[in-house]
Design a protein around this ligand. Structure first.
Ligand code: CAA
Length: 381
C-alpha cells in the first residue's frame, strides 16, 4: 500500500487548486445568489481549455488520459469551493461522457465523445421521470422504431445541464412487456425537434446549476444513435451510476473540506471568553471530528476510484463512498455553521451555502437509502 499520489496526479490537483482559487472561488457566492447557470457554463468552457472536460478518458479521443484517482482529486478541489460547478462537471464526465464512450460505437465516439472531451460540447443524462425516481426501472417514456428512426415520447425531470447541454443520454422503453430489460438508451442532440425544455427547478442549493424538465413529443432519433443494444438501457444506467457515485462521493468530501477549512480558520481568529474559540474544547472536538470524517470520506472515495482503475468490481465501494462522504458533507457543513454561530447563518460566509449544497448530495445519483439497497444487494448475494 502506498498512500502517496503520483507526480502527475499531484500536478493536476495543484493546477486545479490554482484554477479554482483564482477563477471559481471569488464568484461562487454571487453565482449562487444569481441562481443562473450561465456563469457556471462559462467556467466549464475554461475547464475545457485546461483539458479537464475529458480528464479520465484516453488522449486519442480528446481526453487527458488521467485515472479515476485523479478524477476524484479534481472533484475534491472543485467542490471544495463550488458544488454547483462540481455537479455540472460530474454529470458531464460521469453520467454522459462515460456511457457514450464505454457503450458507444467508434462512430458515436468520434461524433460525440471527442468534442465532449475537448470541452466543445456539454453532456447531460436524462433518466429520472416524474413517476420513476428511485425506481428508475419504472420508466414511462417510450421509444418506437419507425423506419430508420426511433420516435421518443414522454417526460424526463431534474435533468442537470438541460437546455445548455448539447448531448443527452436518454432512457426510454422500447418494449414495455420486458420490464427493465425493455429499456434502451439513446444519444439525443439538443436541437432535435420535439425535444422541449420545460420547467426549470428552483432549489435550496446548487443554485448555479440548472435542472429542467424535458418533454419529448415525437422526437425522431436516428437509429444509429441507439446506445448499446436494444434492452441494454437499464444496465447502461446502473453501470453509469456506479461510476457517477464516485464523482458524488468526491463532491461530498470536497464540500466538507471547504466548510472545515473555513470553520478552522474562523475558530482560530474568533475570540470569546478571552481566547480563540478553537481553544475551547467544545469547538476543538468538533473540528477534530470533522477532520476524522473528512479523511474517512476521502479514503473511501479514493478506494472506490482505485478499484475502478484496476478494473475490479466497485459498485458496493462506490455506493459506500457516496453514502458516507455525502453524509459527512451534511454533518461537517452543519457543524461549520454551528462553529461560526450567528455569523454562520449569514450569507456573508460561505458555510450556509455549503450546508444547502450538501443536502442534495444525500439525494441525487441515488438517495443514500438507495445506496443501502445497492450495498445490501451485493453483500447478501
Ligand atoms: N451493474 C450492472 N447491472 C446491474 C446493476 C449494476 N450496478 N444494478 C442492477 N443491475 C441489473 C441486475 O443485475 C438485474 O439484471 P438481472 O435480472 O439480469 O440480474 C437488473 O439490472 C435489475 O436489477 P434490480 O432488480 O436490482 O433493479 P431494481 O429495479 O430493483 O432497481 C435500484 C435497482 C438500485 C433501486 C435502481 O433502480 C437505482 O439505482 N435507483 C436509483 C436511481 C438513481 O440513482 N437515479 C439518479 C438519477 S441521476 C442524477 O441524480 C443526476 C444528477 O442530477 C446529478
Amino acid at each position: 500500500m502506498d498512500f502517496r499520489f503520483t507526480e502527475e496526479q499531484e500536478n493536476i490537483r495543484k493546477m486545479v487548486r490554482d484554477f479554482v482559487e483564482k477563477e471559481v472561488a471569488p464568484g461562487a457566492a454571487e453565482r449562487d445568489e444569481g441562481e443562473s447557470f450561465a456563469p457556471t457554463y462559462e467556467l466549464l468552457k475554461k475547464m475545457g481549455k485546461l483539458g479537464l472536460m475529458g480528464l479520465p478518458y484516453p488522449k486519442e479521443y480528446g481526453g487527458a488520459g488521467a485515472d479515476q484517482i485523479t478524477y476524484a482529486l479534481v472533484g475534491f478541489e472543485i467542490n471544495r469551493v463550488d458544488a454547483s460547478l462540481g455537479c455540472a462537471y460530474s454529470v458531464h464526465i460521469s453520467l454522459s461522457g462515460w456511457p457514450i464512450f464505454y457503450y458507444g460505437t467508434e462512430e458515436q465516439r468520434q461524433k460525440y465523445s471527442v468534442p465532449m472531451f475537448k470541452g466543445e460540447k456539454l453532456g447531460a443524462f436524462a433518466l429520472t421521470e416524474p413517476n420513476a425516481g428511485s425506481d428508475s426501472g419504472a420508466s414511462q417514456c417510450t421509444a418506437v422504431l419507425d423506419g430508420d428512426h426511433y420516435v421518443l415520447n414522454g417526460t424526463k425531470c431534474f435533468c442537470t445541464n438541460a437546455g445548455f447541454a448539447d448531448v443527452y443520454v436518454v432512457f426510454a422503453m422500447t418494449d414495455k412487456s420486458k420490464g427493465v430489460k425493455g429499456i434502451s438508451a439513446f444519444i439525443v442532440e439538443k436541437d432535435t425537434p420535439g425535444f422541449n425544455f420545460a420547467k426549470q427547478e428552483r432549489k435550496m442549493g446548487i443554485r448555479s446549476t440548472v435542472q429542467r424538465e424535458i418533454v419529448m413529443e415525437n422526437v425522431r432519433v436516428p437509429r444509429e444513435n441507439l446506445l448499446g443494444k436494444e434492452g441494454e438501457g437499464f444496465k447502461i444506467a446502473m453501470t453509469t451510476l456506479d461510476g457517477g457515485r464516485i464523482g458524488i462521493a468526491a463532491q461530498g468530501a470536497g464540500i466538507a473540506m471547504g466548510a472545515y477549512e473555513y470553520a478552522l480558520k474562523y475558530a482560530k481568529e474568533r475570540h470569546q471568553f478571552g481566547k480563540p474559540i478553537a481553544q475551547q474544547q467544545a469547538i476543538a472536538f468538533k473540528l477534530a471530528d470533522m477532520f476524522t470524517k473528512i479523511d474517512a470520506a476521502k479514503l473511501l472515495t479514493l478506494y472506490a476510484a482505485h478499484k475502478k482503475d484496476l478494473g475490479l468490481p466497485f459498485s458496493a465501494e462506490a455506493a459506500s463512498a457516496k453514502k458516507f462522504a455525502t453524509n459527512t458533507a451534511m454533518e461537517v457543513t452543519t457543524e461549520a455553521v454551528q462553529i461560526l454561530g450567528g455569523h454562520g447563518f449569514l450569507r456573508d460566509h460561505p458555510v450556509e451555502r455549503m450546508m444547502r449544497d450538501a443536502k442534495i448530495t444525500q439525494i441525487y445519483e441515488g438517495t443514500n437509502e438507495i445506496q443501502n439497497v445497492v450495498i445490501s444487494g451485493i453483500i447478501l448475494r
